[in-house]
Design a protein. Structure first.
Length: 143
């Protein structure tokens, strides 16, 4: 009986710690999970910047429409005046003319199929070099 108790105790004391291989496997699993989570988070943040750019461009287009309604004689050319002319019409004030990357938005007029023109507010992302703006149909296609 005494010998079997010693055998059980010696097995318990021998198995009191993890082996190096077990620790390395756990560390490898944690690193893989962290890298997958980081990549997903960075993609989410990039998509959020693009969505924010489009929403701000939409607000600037609405402000441009307000300027055009208040100046029916067309004496303000927003493509020349720039987004600074829209600051009084924005809820965010001067902060509304900067895109998520810290650059000012740009304004141009795009021709319509009916012979008129529509305001197109856009920005170019330094992350991927693509143009994002509103209305979305004026964005160049992805190549």
């Amino acid at each position: 009986m005494l010998a079997s108790t010693r055998l059980v105790r010696s097995r318990q004391t021998q198995r009191a710690a993890f082996t190096l291989v077990e620790v390395l496997v756990v560390v490898a699993i944690v690193v893989i999970l962290a890298s997958v989570g980081t990549i997903a988070t960075l993609k989410f943040l990039a998509d959020a910047k693009v969505d924010n750019a489009r929403m701000s461009a939409m607000a600037l287009v609405e402000a441009a429409k307000t300027v055009e309604v208040r100046n029916p004689d067309g004496n303000i050319d927003l493509s020349q005046a720039g987004v600074q002319a829209l600051i009084p019409y924005l809820d965010k004030g001067e902060a509304g003319i900067l895109d998520p990357w810290g650059q000012p938005y740009q304004i141009t007029y795009m021709p319509t199929s009916t012979g008129g023109r529509r305001v197109f507010v856009f920005t170019v992302s330094p992350d991927d070099g693509r143009t994002y703006g509103w209305p979305k149909e004026f964005e160049p296609p992805v190549q």
